[in-house]
Design a binder for this molecule. Sequence first.
Ligand code: GTP
Ligand code: MG
Length: 179
Amino acid sequence: PGEVPETGLPEIAFAGRSNVGKSSAINALLGVRGAARVSGRPGRTQAINLFRVDDRLCFVDLPGYGFARVPEAVRLGWKALVEGYLGGREALRLVVVLVDARLPAQDLDRALLSGLDAGGLPRVVVATKADKLSRSRLKPRLAELAGQLGEAEVLPFSSRTRTGVDALWARIRAAAGIG
Ligand code: GTP
Ligand code: MG
């Protein structure tokens, strides 16, 4: 984390389990394909990647957690990197926590949220891959996830259909203090 360059811009970080769709969400928000590298194989993002947005803010793509099929030392390295960044970044304004809309809340997601609470870091929880659920199943699923995670609200999101892109941008702009 000590090597992550200072940008002088408000930073918005994207965190969540491996393969949940963090890099895809960044691309969807930017409206650019291929800005952040996406892969069907978990563990694609292995370093902290910064994306400067219009010289007004900076998106921070974090490596995913919970991916077991890498050597323990590598996994612990990612964990230290992510925790070091989240724990000590002056410019960090908001953590976008991504969870999979199809899955029940995971212990690692709860652990991340309580870590953010402890650090007093603002976050917004986003349920991604919402395109995989029918509209009638999505709504109760969001309520269920919110209950399981102890969140007032979980925003639906899909990088495929762009559901939730505008709502998430509104949160990001508010957190970064930009119009
Ligand atoms: P790591 O870098 O490994 O932590 O993964 P990540 O969280 O950055 O996930 P990534 O964006 O690489 O996406 C993982 C897989 O999920 C890819 O195959 C994406 O195409 C797919 N995916 C991401 N977002 C969505 C979505 O909203 N809907 C659907 N159907 N698939 C998605
Ligand atoms: Mg990634």
